[in-house]
Structures are given as C-alpha cells and as structure tokens.
Design a protein around this ligand. Structure first.
Ligand code: HAM
Length: 452
C-alpha cells in the first residue's frame, strides 16, 4: 500500500550551512509496508509471540537455565569463517560513523562464545544459558524463511559427554510438548558430524575438504541433484565418491551404517542418547538421520534438527555440539552444545495444526465513567484495582453504554464497573459480571476497599 504522507516532506538538497530545508517541498509517498522480509507485530500477533516466548522461557527455566542477552550489533569479524558457511554471505553489515565494520547478528552462538571468553575466569562452568534474540539474515525468502526472526537459544557450556546433549534436548522437547505437539507431529533428527567425517574419510576425501563438503551436503534439500553433484565435484569429489556418498545418505538405521563403516564410538553415543531420551519421557520423539549435516561449520559432534512429520516445512530448530568454536576465537577449547529454535516455522506449523491458543487481552476490570464529571471517581477506582495487583482499563471515551460494554468484551474484561450519575449520587457503582451479564449495585466505598 502506498499512501501519501503530507506531513513528511522530501528534504531538498543541503543548504550552504549543510542543513536540509524541508519547507515547500512536494509531499512524498512512503510505503506503509515493513521492510521486505521483516514483520510488524500488532497486539494480536504479539500476544501469540509472547505466548510462544513464555513456553520457551518456562521450559528453559524448569531445567535450571538462566537468561542472558547482548546487543544486536556485533563486529563483523565475529562471523568470518573459512568453510564458506552460507550465513556469512547473508550478513547485514555496514561501516559505522567511526569506520568500524558492524553486522546485525545473524545468530547468537558467536556472541555467546564472545561473552564466555570475556569473563572465562569469573564464570563457573558448566553454564546453562538461554536467550531469545532477534536475528537478521539477508535470505532468499521462501516459506518459513524471513530476513528477521526471533531465535530461542539454549546452550550448555563446559560440559563434555552426552549429558549436555540430554539437557538441551530435554529443554527443547519439553517446549514442544507444552505446545501440544506429539511424535506424530514433530521429530528430532539426530546425527553426529564424526560419523560424516568417518564416511568422508572412508571415501578418501582429504580432511581439509570435510567441512566445505559438509556445507554443500547441507544444501541437499535446496538444490537439484545435478547442481548438488556439481558443487560436490567442485569440492574435489569424483563421480564414484559422490555415488558412494549418496549410498550412505540413503541409509536409514545405525545398524546399516555400522555394517558399512565398521563399529565406531559416535554410533554408540547416538544409540545411548536415543535410549536416554526414551528414559526421560520423550519416547518416539527422536530418530537417527544420517542426512542431517547442518550448514554451520563449527559443529564437531552431535547435530540435530527438528522437522515436521510431513516434512513440508523448513527445519523448525537446529543445533549440535561445537567443542572448538571458543578456541577458534583465541581461547582454549571449552565443550559446548545447544540449539537455535526460530519463531517463524513453528508458528506456521501450529497454525496448520490448529494448535494456536485463542488469546484475548485479559483485563480484570473495565471502568466505565458516564461523562467527564465521573473522571475523578473513575481514576480513584482504577488505581484501587491496580494497587490490588489487577488490571484495570479506564474507558474515557464516554461512548454509549452499549458500545462501551462491547469494547469491554473485546478487551477481555471479567467485570465492568459503571459509574452512572444517579448511582454515584447515592454513593454506589454498578458492577457487571461480563460473562453472566448480571449487574449488582455496590457501595463505592465497599468496592474501593475490595476491588476486583
Ligand atoms: P540455524 O540452523 O542457522 O542455527 O538456525 C536455527 C533455527 O533458526 C532454524 O532452525 C530456524 O528455526 C531459525 N531460522 C534461521 N534462519 C531463519 C530465517 N531466515 N527465517 C526464519 N527462521 C530462521 C543457528 O543459528 C545456530 N547458531 C543454533 C545453535 C545454537 N547451535 C548451537 N547453539
């Protein structure tokens, strides 16, 4: 929608003093749309977002995770990576007025690493931290991918072994259950980068090519088979190697992989993890999936993605173990594992499955004065309700009673208190139960003493 905005005038060229003149400029039109790929959150949409965030926060807190945050602006150098991660090509970056290269964060993990390295000696490990940052990526937009999204991250830092995986997966799965999702709706697809390394090693791919090859493999669902093959060949794979790699990627069970690759620790670890998840009450939610690679090069062990059962949507969530990210920033190695869970795909899935709640604004008391004359009592009454810890909405529009009650309904008021001139003269107010549509007269002083 393009609408004229007469109050905004296009600045003329700068004046001699360097200031722009706004006077007498022709009106310009501005787009009322949000920037491409970004979203506006009107109250109805924000209610749903807050509902989702509350589930995320509660699931993390119930596991003893603590919330942290940082600025959306970061130094661009934080995202420099050698393996050709797609994310580094999608950076929103610019020079600030001091000539520094700045980026809007595309993900939170490098920021988390920075925070930890900065206070490494003061922090007591293992850390269990979560956050819900807004992230920005200049993506080619498809269903479920925008240029801005909120991404819940939960990470365990300083905890080697499978316990870290178990903790973050339990947080994640509990949140899915709180949303009403079952194994029939969503699945955690689990793999281990070390298995993929062993496969590539068996195929004779030199170790320094493993990461770039995995970054290409991660695009498997996005690219046509011929294009995928072309990109793998570009990474030095011969047609026979591509064929054998595809053979591996078609394997469905750990037993098949074991038969082809030989026995290896990561296969045992995955088996154990799947068993422990069952024991934690998440039976049927997780499965081995050798095709899960993940596009970020810092993962070193377990990798996982949550996908909808119909596989019609993009990944709902992704994560894994990244034991060497902190050392690449110049620190010592600190084991770490975690996930990022965006708000876009999950909301689409929950809407498709009709699992989104019907949320109203939830006001306790709508205070409705009849005219200007009752404003002082309306204020006194509203404040009494608020001091009692409840929510009061004072309607100062002095509209017809029927419309005022309609609005009270719309904002989810439980009761309405009507301040009518005659009743007030007798020292009374009318308290209306909005659901039952019943009214009773109550002395104003009694109501002030026991509001709500
Ligand atoms: P990621 O797979 O790049 O991982 O993103 C994680 C999740 O963020 C995705 O599964 C998706 O839900 C959401 N997401 C990512 N990009 C977009 C987009 N353009 N539009 C909408 N949603 C999006 C990471 O970012 C890792 N840093 C996660 C992590 C935390 N690993 C360990 N700790």
């Amino acid at each position: 929608v393009r609408a004229p905005a007469p109050w905004l005038a296009r600045p003329r060229c700068g004046t001699a003093s360097g200031r722009a003149t706004l006077a007498h400029a022709p009106p310009m039109t501005i787009s009322l749309q949000p920037v491409k790929g970004t979203r506006d959150f009107y109250p109805a949409e924000l209610r749903l977002r807050s509902w989702l965030f509350e589930i995320w926060r509660e699931s993390a807190r119930q596991h003893g995770f603590e919330e942290y945050d940082a600025c959306v602006l970061e130094s661009e150098e934080l995202y420099v990576r050698k393996a050709g991660d797609e994310i580094t090509e999608q950076l929103y970056s610019f020079d600030d007025k001091g000539g520094r290269r700045i980026a809007l964060r595309p993900e939170m993990t490098p920021t988390l690493a920075r925070l930890i390295l900065q206070r490494k000696n003061a922090l007591s490990f293992p850390l269990k931290w979560f956050t819900i940052p807004q992230c920005f990526r200049y993506e080619r937009m498809t269903r479920g991918r925008k240029r801005e999204h909120y991404q819940w991250n939960s990470d365990v830092v300083g905890q080697p072994g499978l316990v870290g995986e178990l903790e973050v997966l339990s947080v994640l799965l509990m949140s899915l259950q709180k949303m009403g999702l079952t194994p029939q709706h969503v699945q955690v697809h689990l793999n281990d980068r070390r298995i993929l390394n062993a496969v590539l090693e068996q195929l004779g791919v030199p170790p320094e090519r493993h990461l770039p090859v995995m970054v290409v493999m991660d695009k498997r669902d996005k690219l046509a088979p011929e294009e995928l093959e072309r990109q793998l060949r570009e990474q030095g794979l011969a047609p026979e190697q591509v064929r054998r790699l595809n053979e591996y990627l078609r394997m469905e069970t750990l037993a098949q992989v074991r038969a082809a690759l030989g026995d290896a620790q990561p296969l045992h670890d995955l088996e154990r993890l799947l068993g422990l998840l069952d024991a934690a009450g998440y039976a049927g939610f997780a499965q081995f999936d050798i095709t899960v690679v993940r596009g970020l090069s810092y993962y070193t062990g377990t990798v996982f993605e949550v996908r909808d059962a119909g596989a019609t949507l993009r990944a709902i969530c992704g994560g894994g173990r990244y034991d060497s990210l902190l050392s690449t920033f110049g620190g010592e190695s600190i084991p770490a594992v975690g996930f990022g869970f965006g708000d876009v795909v999950i909301m689409e899935l929950l809407a498709d499955l009709k699992l989104l709640p019907q949320l109203t604004p939830a006001i306790d008391v709508a205070v409705i004065p009849f005219s200007e004359a009752q404003v002082p009592q309306a204020l006194e009454l509203s404040q009494a309700v608020r001091r009692a810890g409840l929510r009061a909405d004072a309607d100062f529009s002095f509209r017809k009673l029927k419309r005022a009650l309609q609005r009270a309904d719309e904002i989810g008021a439980r009761t309405a208190v009507l301040l009518m001139p005659e009743e007030l003269e007798r020292g009374e107010v009318v308290v209306r139960d909005m659901a039952k549509r019943e009214e009773r007269r109550v002395p104003l002083q009694d109501y002030l003493a026991h509001p709500g």
